[in-house]
Design a protein around this ligand. Structure first.
Ligand SMILES: [Zn+2]
Length: 233
């Protein structure tokens, strides 16, 4: 944990240390991610951001899909050297980027590959951007914030009305039932759920103007693509 977080007044965030991760060999980790209510400078600035964080990173290339003008949104950056992140077993390199093309996301599945720490490439992109979708005035980047990653013991469950908690892991709660999801890049069925991002994941952010829509992320073991789509209640 960053010592800076301890100095924040008025925050009732539960702390967790890496030592608390206890995983059986046959079991993948599940986490709840809370976004800290303190914006980071988009440019780095004086406040060094944690290795894992929420929101935009100007270093990431590839957010504008080939042939399109509007960008996809970087939602989460995860540092694989963090034991908790490593336990998710998403083998795309030292940094995992969770990206969702909200401007284009009207039911399609999108996939992208990591091309290094600071680059992604969309490998399946069929969406068409609509300036008024998901609602008029959605900023083209999400504000950057520190995050806290909390281990969940037992089966993760989203409380009724909770549209702010991010879940990570194969057991992340979803509103639809899935028996896997076809990889949008290679069509393999060997995908597993890695995250569910709700509509209001950070202070002042309301992505869908609808609390019952979520962005889901799946990892393909075969081709290492991440497939993402939205789901609603
Ligand atoms: Zn695949």
């Amino acid at each position: 944990m960053s010592p800076r977080d301890d100095a924040l007044p008025g925050l009732a965030l539960r702390d967790v240390s890496v030592e608390h991760v206890e995983l059986g060999a046959d079991r993948l980790a599940n986490y709840e991610v809370s976004v800290v209510d303190r914006a980071l400078s988009d440019q780095g600035g004086d406040a060094p951001r944690g290795a894992s964080f929420f929101g935009h990173d100007p270093k990431l290339e590839g957010l504008v899909p080939f042939g399109h003008k509007l960008p996809a949104h970087l939602v989460l950056t995860l540092d694989s050297s963090d034991q908790r992140v490593a336990a998710l077993n998403i083998s795309v390199g030292p940094v995992i980027r969770l990206v969702h093309p909200y401007y284009y996301s009207q039911g399609e599945s999108f996939s992208y590959h990591h091309q290094g720490e600071n680059q992604i490439e969309f490998t399946n992109f069929r969406g068409v951007a609509d300036g008024s979708w998901p609602h008029e005035g959605l900023a083209s980047t999400l504000p950057a914030h520190d995050i806290k990653i909390l281990v969940i013991k037992g089966k993760p469950q989203r409380k009724w009305g909770d549209c702010s908690t991010i879940f990570m892991g194969n057991d992340a709660p979803t509103v639809q039932n899935y028996s896997g999801r076809k990889c949008a890049a290679c069509s393999a069925r060997e995908t597993r759920l890695i995250a569910s991002i709700p509509s209001r994941p950070a202070p002042g952010v309301n992505i869908w103007n609808n609390d019952f829509v979520f962005a889901l992320f799946w990892f393909c073991e075969k081709c290492k693509a991440i497939t993402t789509h939205n789901e609603c209640d």
